[in-house]
Design a protein around this ligand. Sequence first.
Ligand code: UDP
Length: 398
Amino acid sequence: MMNEVKSLDTEIKGLTDALRGQRILHLSATANGGGVAEILRSEVPMLQDLGIKADWQVIEPPAGFFEVTKKIHNALQGEHTGLSPTEWRYYEAVSKDMAKKVAPAQWDAIIVHDPQPAAIPYFRVDASDTKWIWRCHLDSSDPHGGVANRMAKYLLPYAGGIFSLESFRLPGFSPEHLAIIPPAIDADSKKNRPMDKDEAQEILRAYPLDLSRPFVVQVSRFDQWKDPLGVLEAWRLAKQKVPELQLALVGDTADDDPQAPMIVKELRGAAKGDDGLLILVDEADDRTVKAFQTLAVAAVQKSLREGFGLSVTEALWAGTPVIASNVGGIPLQIEEGRNGYLVSTIPKAADRMAELAADPAKAKRMGTAGRKIVEEKFLMPRLVRDDLTLVAKVLGAD
Ligand code: UDP
């Protein structure tokens, strides 16, 4: 382990030297909510600490733009609904406007995250030879053909691309440099630094949860792809076997996701009268999220599609096993029966919830194994190394 850490440091140092003087911009849709913001909040300062000229900008489109881009997001994740010609025209018009506000000449490489700002280089106005890299965080393993085709047109100017998994590569997008890089968490961030059980209990005492009874938690944006209704159903089934089991659905509503209020409404409607259920919307700060992840007997991630699932990584890092769907980037993190369970149906999820709720010692053993896999594969220095390796290739600085 020591040697690995050392060699990672050495690799990062080599890359930092190779990239000295180069300016790298990250461009994304939102500073709040969701995994991309979570990553950039740590990665960009880390790059700056290494002496790299890195920065992060967030697009500021007019109201209505994210309605359209959420449709692109959904279609790339496999929803069968495309966009109307009017919606595409709007996407282009706003992208054109946003392109005027980015000053590419100030940067040697610009890493653009996800579909919202993706068409900016297509509509760029200056002729600088800035290199563009598109970083897709979505589970695009089975995209809507028409939308993928249309996006491929906008993605033509990119010199580089990043997906979390090989199977996410989008048809028609083959930049000169392509890398497969799973995301990572920051072990030193407010959210992920250690928390003992006393501190976690102290924090959770503020909520109507009986801390003498077990609970499972799903920490996720309120998004159809995270299937909160499916979690609710699975928990109800699990309760038939372990009646004292509670469920916390802890979620936020990202700035770029206009569908969240509807999902929350649907969930609250379905959840009326359930004993032992806690739904928190936009209430949990980083330490509260960590407290839930620390004290849960298991975390749940019942996503229908999932690019990676930082929530899974965080729970494992908190020493808690994860019961999660066998989709997208989740299986990269779960070793069946060792640090969690991969499930493909609601009854299976329920069985695993009941199993771990009834056997906290087993849950604890699995949680310990979970920390190890994160330490080995999913911490920020590895992501920094992988991202810089691609940037160096794209800039010809390798
Ligand atoms: N998150 C949070 N508060 C919440 C819900 C989620 O801070 O109420 C964070 C969560 O801890 C994780 C990120 O949002 O860091 C979600 O990332 P993930 O990759 O799981 O999903 P995404 O939202 O990017 O699809």
